[in-house]
Ligand binder design. Structure first.
Ligand SMILES: O=C(O)CCC(=O)C(=O)O
Ligand SMILES: [Fe+2]
Length: 424
C-alpha cells in the first residue's frame, strides 16, 4: 500500500480528523497504519472520568479515589515542527490537544460521524454515558476468563423478519439467579433459559449498580422524568450477555423491547475483549445521522432513560483493520448488558392478547400521529404469525396497582422528548 492509499484508509477510518494531521501522524508512525490506529484509539482511553478505582473486593468501595491520569502522549508532528521553526507560537503538546474535533450538533447533515472522546460522545448523545477502564484490572481479567470459559453457552437467537425465520449473527446468554426471568418472551427457548450469575459477574454487577445509581441521580436532577420511570435504587436483576466471536459477527440497529425492563429503562453495557464500534442513530427519521464510537475493552456504556425510546443501537461488522484485538479474547468481543426488571410488570398478570391469548410485547411508537404512546403488541407478530392484537399501555396506578393497559387512547401513557413534535 502506498502512502496515498494508507492516508485514504485513515481518512475513511477517522473521518473527523484533519487530512494534514493524519498525514503527519502517519509519518511520525513511520507509515504504519496499525500504529496510527492504536495511537488514535488510545486517545479515546484518555477519556477522563472520576470513577472510583477500588480493590477487588466484593463490595465496591464507597469513597472515590482519584483516577491515575494516563500521561498524554507527546508527539510533535511535522506541521507543529514547521510552525515552531517558522516562529509561530505552538503550545500544544499532547496528541489529544492536536486533534480538532468538529463542533457537532443534531442539525449536522453528514450521514456518519465517528466520535472519539467522552465529551464528544456525551454531547452528541445526551442519553449516553461512557466510562472507560471501568473495572479494576484484576476483576476485569477474572470476568474475561469467566466469559471465555463459558463462551460455548452463548447461543444464536432466532427471530422473524417479515415472516422469515432469521438467526442472529452474535450469540447470547441470559444470566439471572431467578428462574422466572424471561427477558423477552419472543426469544424464549431452551437455549435462552437463564444461567446463574458467576461470582465474577456478581462482583461486576455491584460495580455497575453503584455507577448507574450515581449517573442516574445526576441525570434525573437535570431531566424531569415521569413517575413511572425508575430514577433511583437501580439494581440489575438479570444480564443479557452477547458474544461476537469475530469481526463479522454483528448486531443490527435496534432498540430493546421494553416488555421486561419497562418504559424509560436504564441499560448498562460492559465491553470485554476486542474493541468494536458501537453505533447509534435516532429511530426517526431513518436517515438521521449515524454516530459511531469505539467501545474499548472494559468500557461501560450506560444507556439512560430515553435512549431506547429515541435511538436505535447496534454493533456493525468491521473490516479487519478497524478494531483492536485483545490479549486474551483475541478477535472476540463480549458484552454484558445489565438490566433491571420492571417490578410493576412482575407484580401483575402478564398482558395477554385478546385475540390469540398470547403474551404481548411493549414498545413505544416513535413516529406517526400516535408518536410517543406506549403500546402492547401481540408477540405472534414477532414470531412470524399474523396477529393484529394491540392495546395502549397505561402506566397510571390505582391503589398502588398499575393499570398496565387500556383500550381508551385518552387514558394511554404517552412520553415525548423535547426534540419530538406532534407533527413528526
Ligand atoms: O453488544 C453490544 O454492545 C450491544 C448489545 C445489545 O444491544 C443488546 O443485547 O440488546
Ligand atoms: Fe440492544
Amino acid at each position: 500500500m502506498d502512502t496515498e492509499e494508507r492516508l485514504n484508509l485513515l481518512i475513511e477510518l477517522f473521518p473527523t480528523y484533519d487530512k494534514e494531521i493524519l498525514l503527519d501522524i502517519l509519518v511520525s508512525c513511520a507509515g504504519s497504519v496499525k500504529k496510527v490506529k492504536k495511537l488514535l484509539l488510545e486517545s479515546c482511553v484518555e477519556i477522563k472520568d472520576s470513577i472510583a478505582k477500588s480493590e477487588n473486593k466484593l463490595e465496591p468501595k464507597i469513597e472515590k479515589q482519584p483516577i491515575k491520569e494516563k500521561k498524554p502522549k507527546i508527539l510533535e508532528t511535522n506541521t507543529l515542527k514547521r510552525k515552531r521553526e517558522e516562529g509561530q507560537v505552538v503550545n500544544q503538546t499532547s496528541l489529544s490537544s492536536l486533534l480538532k474535533f468538529p463542533k457537532i450538533n443534531s442539525t449536522d447533515t453528514r450521514k456518519t460521524i465517528t466520535l472519539y472522546t467522552k465529551e464528544d460522545i456525551e454531547r452528541n448523545l445526551p442519553f449516553v454515558r461512557i466510562i472507560p477502564n471501568f473495572l479494576p484490572n484484576d476483576l476485569k481479567e477474572q470476568v474475561t476468563n469467566s466469559l471465555m470459559s463459558q463462551r460455548m453457552l452463548f447461543k444464536a437467537k432466532q427471530f422473524y423478519i417479515a415472516g422469515n425465520l432469521c438467526t442472529s449473527s452474535q450469540k447470547s446468554i441470559i444470566y439471572s439467579n431467578d428462574d422466572k426471568t424471561d427477558y423477552d418472551p419472543v426469544y424464549k427457548s431452551e437455549d435462552l433459559r437463564p444461567h446463574p450469575f458467576t461470582n465474577e459477574l456478581i462482583k461486576c454487577k455491584l460495580y455497575v449498580e453503584k455507577k448507574v445509581n450515581e449517573v442516574l441521580e445526576e441525570y434525573c436532577q437535570k431531566n424531569k422524568l415521569p413517575e413511572y420511570a425508575i430514577t433511583k435504587n437501580w439494581k440489575s436483576d438479570f444480564c443479557l450477555g452477547n458474544y461476537y466471536p469475530d469481526n463479522k459477527s454483528h448486531l443490527d440497529l435496534h432498540s430493546d423491547k421494553l416488555t421486561n425492563i419497562g418504559p424509560l429503562p436504564t441499560i448498562a453495557s460492559l465491553t470485554i475483549g476486542a474493541t468494536r464500534i458501537f453505533r447509534m442513530r435516532r429511530s426517526y427519521p431513518a436517515d438521521s445521522v449515524i454516530f459511531n464510537f469505539p467501545a474499548p475493552n472494559n468500557s461501560l456504556i450506560i444507556m439512560l432513560p430515553g435512549s431506547q425510546e429515541l435511538f436505535k443501537h447496534g454493533v456493525p461488522t468491521l473490516k479487519d483493520s478497524l478494531y483492536e484485538r485483545d490479549k486474551i479474547t483475541k478477535d472476540a468481543r463480549f458484552n454484558l448488558t445489565y438490566r433491571m426488571q420492571y417490578a410493576p410488570f412482575d407484580e401483575n398478570d402478564k398482558v395477554l392478547c385478546d385475540i390469540c391469548k398470547k403474551r404481548m410485547i411493549l414498545r413505544r411508537l416513535f413516529k406517526g400521529p400516535d408518536i410517543g404512546y406506549y403500546v402492547w403488541m401481540c408477540m405472534s407478530s414477532f414470531k412470524g404469525q399474523e396477529c393484529k392484537g394491540f392495546k395502549y399501555a397505561d402506566f397510571r396506578k390505582v391503589n398502588d396497582k398499575m393499570n398496565l393497559f387500556t383500550t381508551e387512547k385518552s387514558e394511554a401513557t404517552r412520553w415525548l422528548s423535547e426534540s419530538e413534535t406532534l407533527n413528526d
